[in-house]
Design a protein around this ligand. Sequence first.
Ligand code: ADP
Length: 218
Amino acid sequence: MSKEFVVIGLGRFGGSIVRELNALDMDVMAIDADEARVNEFSDIATHAVIADTTDEAVMKSLGIRNFDHVIVAIGENIQASTLTTLILKELGVKKVTAKAQNDYHAKILNKIGADTVVHPERDMGRRIAHNVASASVLDYLELSDEYSIVEIKAGERLAGSSILELDVRANFGINIIAVKRGKDIIVAPDPNENIEYNDILIVIGHDNDLNRFEKKLV
Ligand code: ADP
């Protein structure tokens, strides 16, 4: 059985989640207080509903607690976002993901029980900063405040050595989890795998160690 999702708030962020879930063949109920927004999604979502989600009675009548996962994608209106999240948790929805507009908003969402709080703008900003700060870092995924996964382009200093010779685990405390070579991807590469010029290494580790590795070897 496919999972059933609810997306509340059909702006750019929520709208793109609905489109993507639909492309993945998932059932999704799309809710917005704005009729025109809802109409836009009537053919894309499994159900598209006009409702004010800060109204508890309306939420109950939609049977919202029976869904697997509710995503609160209300952006600007922080009051509506927090109240909606609160009602969802009070009604017993197991999994609520909420979009935070800023750090204060995130703090409140965490406090009222949102299971996951996402900061798409902040995260994208950070990814882009890492990307532009270093020509060799192609992408960056923050796992926690201290740990990340980065995609690093292998330059001349790395090319020709095997993973064993580099011994990044001992020397830097980081792990190469995959190597992208052209269209191929080598997952969990063999330690004897030779790194080639322009390979893209997917590396996991502490931010300080990743930085050290990048400065020394890339
Ligand atoms: P984005 O930044 O992703 O474009 P917006 O803040 O522009 O997000 O859009 C959020 C959407 O949430 C809007 O379409 C708005 O109508 C909807 N929304 C705001 N408050 C409520 C509410 N109380 N109930 C339902 N939908 C709401």
